[in-house]
Design a protein around this ligand. Structure first.
Ligand SMILES: Cc1cc2nc3c(=O)[nH]c(=O)nc-3n(C[C@H](O)[C@H](O)[C@H](O)COP(=O)(O)OP(=O)(O)OC[C@H]3O[C@@H](n4cnc5c(N)ncnc54)[C@H](O)[C@@H]3O)c2cc1C
Length: 387
């Protein structure tokens, strides 16, 4: 497995254990069928509780049965899951970083007791509703409204492109509280079986096919006061969750790129043309050399990010740089890997084209590549160029 500068030799015991457990789980339980799921546009939902038992949801949080592992261990877990498929890592990212994290960081004791153990064990599924049909890159322009009504709120609006909404038990919905001064954005825990809530599935995706995506429609959906996340108000709520999830993506993308590289290397050594393996051609070696270099650079960035996060020194702009670079690397390098596999490379029998297709989503969600470029541009110049 590519680890060119030996970063894994510095891992602690817990981190190795998580890496090995995740690798084994992926190899035995997911990899054999992932191509079929991708083709069928399905997620292996039977594995959701099993992933919970393995501790794959928010293991970097503490309390409520969560093990509080290191940020490097969490990153390695995301890397190993995405080495199989971005859909698998998306499942763990959404459940852990986008649903459990806000409940853990901003929820009431009752909300934590009710949801964290169930979500952590995979007995309940959560989703994160921020994006709207008319507001993607600029979620602060959201139109979803929460209006006070007696001892609760009435929600109206629609969210789209929501990972797992059709199978979710609870949605963290971000909406403007129109009854408060300045209509601040608040987080609402919306059980999906409430009246007025529907979650239609989005079909026909050509990317992230082994992941369930849907809408959330809220039509006079009433939630009690105790379903509001009490500890946060404003865009800091959703943005802080995205920082957590993007950290996992920066790691996960390395896994996808590494898997594409390993398939290409193996194929190049096996595949004979013109009287010997194609790996003997300089053109093919240049591709492998470049891939290994780009992946190693991305890996270094991910490890450093985890160190900064562990020390409490990671800024959202650091995460933007790593998400932006590492996903671009995975997108570019999985394409080169696909190329090296010739005709066989366009089938689901091999992973590179699946990773390449998945990367179109990963490049777009959690802040598009362009948006992270603007985040860095603003950080480097002090001038915002978003509008
Ligand atoms: C499979 C999938 C799963 C997803 N899961 C979730 C989820 O679970 N929860 C959730 O809330 N969202 C989710 N998303 C939504 C995702 O976060 C958005 O698609 C993303 O934020 C981009 O928004 P948009 O698609 O509306 O594109 P737009 O914002 O319309 O952007 C279109 C293009 O314009 C560019 N652009 C926009 N603004 C600027 C600017 N200021 N300067 C230069 N270029 C700009 C963008 O980079 C992009 O190339 C998911 C998306 C996908 C595809």
């Amino acid at each position: 497995m590519l680890d060119y500068v030996g970063l894994e030799s510095d891992l602690g015991e817990e981190e190795r254990l998580i890496r090995d457990t995740a690798r084994r789980f992926v190899d035995e339980r997911v990899r054999p069928d992932i191509g079929d799921h991708f083709e069928a546009g399905t997620f292996p939902t039977d594995l959701i509780p099993e992933m919970g038992e393995m501790g794959f949801y928010a293991p970097n949080l503490d309390g409520y049965g969560l093990p509080n592992v290191s940020e490097t261990a969490y990153g390695i877990l995301m890397q190993e899951l995405e080495a199989c498929d971005s859909g698998l890592r998306s499942m763990a990212s959404v459940q852990g970083a986008l649903v459990m994290y806000p409940i853990h960081a901003y929820g009431s004791d009752e909300q934590k007791e009710r949801w964290l153990p169930a979500l952590g064990e995979g007995e309940a599924v959560g989703c994160f509703g921020l994006t709207e049909p008319e507001h993607g890159s600029n979620p602060s322009a959201m139109e979803t409204r929460a209006e006070r009504d007696g001892d609760g709120y009435v929600l109206n609006g629609s969210k789209t492109w929501i990972t797992n909404s059709p199978i979710a038990d609870v949605a963290v919905v971000w909406a403007r509280d129109t009854s408060a001064d300045g209509s601040p954005v608040r987080g609402f825990l919306v059980e999906t079986d409430r009246d007025g809530v529907t979650t239609a599935e989005i079909h026909d995706k050509l990317s992230l096919r082994a992941s369930i995506t849907g809408e959330i429609s809220l039509q006079n959906a009433r939630v009690p006061e105790e379903n509001v996340l009490p500890g946060v108000s404003g865009m800091k709520g959703p943005l802080s969750c995205l920082t957590q999830a993007r950290f996992g993506i920066a790691w996960g993308a390395v896994g996808a790129a590494r898997d594409a590289f390993e398939q290409a290397r193996e194929y190049a050594l096996d595949r004979d043309q013109f009287g010997g393996p194609i790996a003997r051609f300089q053109l093919q070696q240049e591709k492998l050399a470049e891939m290994a270099t780009q992946i190693t650079t991305a890996q270094l960035l991910a490890y450093r990010l985890a160190e900064l996060k562990e020390r409490g020194e990671m800024r959202p702009q650091h995460v933007s740089m790593a998400k932006r670079n590492n996903v671009r690397t995975a997108r570019d390098q999985s394409r080169i890997a696909r190329e090296m596999l010739g005709g066989n490379g366009i089938t689901t029998d091999y992973s590179p084209m699946r990773h390449m297709a998945n990367m179109e989503t990963v490049y777009t969600y959690e802040g598009t590549h362009d948006i992270h470029t603007l985040v860095l541009g603003e950080d480097l110049t002090g001038i915002a160029a978003f509008e």
